[in-house]
Design a protein around this ligand. Structure first.
Ligand SMILES: [Zn+2]
Length: 334
């Protein structure tokens, strides 16, 4: 939604549209944002159980314990509702996906962000997507070049990185604060993102799926220890990445407790930060996260985190593959 929404904004800025076309565009944006709300609320797993597009991907069976591991794809927002958005318009509107982005100029906030609000960035892969036909993979993959440009932008603007726990510490939020998160524990978060973070003096939180560490494409425990030793945070993303809104509370508690214990044993630091697989949870699951001894939990709900909101329902800004630096800047200013 970020990429599409921001691109649509640029469309509005960068092109001289007739008054009629502008009206159509506003209509389309309204529908788009409505579609986004629906998608994201579904991702919370609070309402009618609804499996997002990505869950149709085949599951992976763990060779070690024979249990099914849901692919760690937190992809709900990748689905592009362009057909929904433009179905009711008669004036042809160019597709926002392939447009050039000539004027990546940050826009001022349309409305003030609540005091104490902080952007929490969500990344998955930092890589060049290896399969051009894999649109989901593309959306999850921020290229190393783009990631470096984004970190350089943050540094240039005077941002400091904070941890998720510092979101509730007013003193830590002074000036420009941002939290950076990586889901799933992919190897490139260590191999590619970590050196760039270090270059700019930034720290991040890496949410690992304990049963997948050391597998191909995933970081190793040794790498997780090195990240932690450098001041980064290793958080839990469960044992096997199940949909916690569906597995039942007993299993949810096991996922929460055993992954926490395993990371603490392997990394040697308290594990206080949690990330809901695919952003799915219920009130009972959120309560179980707290009971398991965590201090924070991040969702895939889009937006800045306001300090008045629950520390167990932290909103984030998804950084999508192919999104321009202008989109990135715009997300940080609204
Ligand atoms: Zn995940």
């Amino acid at each position: 939604m970020l990429a599409v929404g921001a691109t649509m904004r640029q469309l509005a800025m960068g092109r001289e549209l007739t008054a009629k076309a502008s009206t159509v565009l506003r209509l389309a944006l309204a529908v788009l944002s409505l579609a986004g709300c629906v998608t994201l609320s579904a991702s919370l797993g609070r309402a009618e159980p609804h499996r997002p597009v990505v869950d149709t991907l085949s599951a992976v069976v763990s060779p070690t314990d024979g249990k099914t591991v849901t692919p760690p794809m937190d992809l709900v927002a990748v689905a592009t509702p362009t057909t929904v958005a433009f179905a009711s318009t008669s004036t042809p509107v160019p597709t926002p996906v392939s447009l050039p982005e000539p004027t990546p100029k940050p826009q001022p906030r349309s409305q003030p962000v609540a005091a104490g609000s902080v952007p929490v960035l969500m990344y998955h892969y930092i890589r060049v997507n290896p399969d051009p036909a894999d649109k989901i993979g593309f959306g999850l993959s921020v290229t190393p070049r783009d990631f470096e440009a984004q970190m350089a932008f943050l540094a240039q603007k005077g941002y400091r990185t904070i941890t998720l726990r510092q979101l509730s510490d007013p003193a830590a939020l002074q000036g420009r604060a941002v939290a950076i998160t990586f889901d799933d524990g992919y190897a490139d978060a260590y191999e590619t993102a970590f050196p760039i973070l270090k270059k700019y003096g930034f720290k991040a939180t890496f949410y690992v799926i304990t049963s997948l560490l050391g597998r191909p494409r995933y970081m190793t425990w040794e790498q997780a220890r090195e990240l932690a030793a450098a001041g980064n945070v290793i958080g839990s993303h469960t044992l096997t990445h199940p949909d916690l809104s569906q597995v039942g509370l007993t299993e949810a508690r096991r996922q929460l407790g055993e992954s926490k214990a395993e990371i603490e044993r392997q990394v040697g630091q308290p594990v206080l930060d949690f990330c809901y697989p695919s952003g799915r949870y219920t009130d009972s699951v959120a309560a179980a996260v707290k009971e398991a001894g965590y201090s924070t939990a991040v969702t895939t709900r889009y937006g800045w985190h306001a300090s008045a909101e629950s520390a167990f329902e932290i909103s984030r800004l998804r950084v999508s593959g192919g999104s321009s630096l202008g989109n990135f800047a715009a997300a940080l200013t609204e």
